[in-house]
Design a protein. Structure first.
Length: 166
């Protein structure tokens, strides 16, 4: 047997352990930067000509955030959301430089996706009486993104604590 092969009941060798650890390490960075990119792209899009109109039905029916239109207007709401999303993406992406910033970005992602998931219950067009519509299905994917945001928050928090302990 080669040095990278494990016999039944044996413990992995150093080369096997390193190989096993590299994939989860790579996966955590892919997940982190995928969410950062999503926030950056969607945030920049909120400055487009139709952004306010595209999110208006979600915002206006929400008991949590309908007041945004009164305070910021329809296009102003889109821009405020865009700034928040861009900031969230940048904070998440800052993880190698500052896990603390990434932890804050992860918390902001959690808040974002809790709000967007609430739209499932407040937006009349999210369901049609038989189940979820395409809009409802679009919103439901935020359940996974909520989980990713929470994972980034937790992993970054663990890094902050580890650095403080060393």
């Amino acid at each position: 047997m080669g040095h990278d092969t494990m016999a039944a009941g044996s413990t992995p060798g150093l080369a096997q352990t390193r190989r096993n650890d590299s994939l989860p390490h790579l996966a955590q960075w892919i997940v982190t930067y995928a969410l950062a990119i999503i926030f950056l792209v969607f945030g920049v899009a909120k400055f487009g000509a139709m952004a306010g109109e595209s999110i208006a039905p979600l915002v206006m029916n929400s008991p949590l955030v309908s007041w945004w239109h009164t305070v910021f207007g329809i296009n102003g709401t889109a821009r405020v959301v865009g700034v928040f999303e861009i900031l969230t993406g940048l904070l998440i992406a800052a993880r190698p430089l500052s896990p603390r910033f990434s932890m804050i970005g992860g918390a902001m992602a959690v808040v974002t996706f809790l709000v967007t998931l609430s739209f499932l219950f407040s937006t009349p067009d999210a369901t049609d009486g038989k189940g979820l519509t395409m809009l409802g299905e679009f919103l439901l994917k935020d359940l996974v993104l909520l989980s990713v945001g929470f994972w980034i928050f937790a992993a970054s928090r663990a890094e902050v604590r580890a650095r403080a302990g060393s």
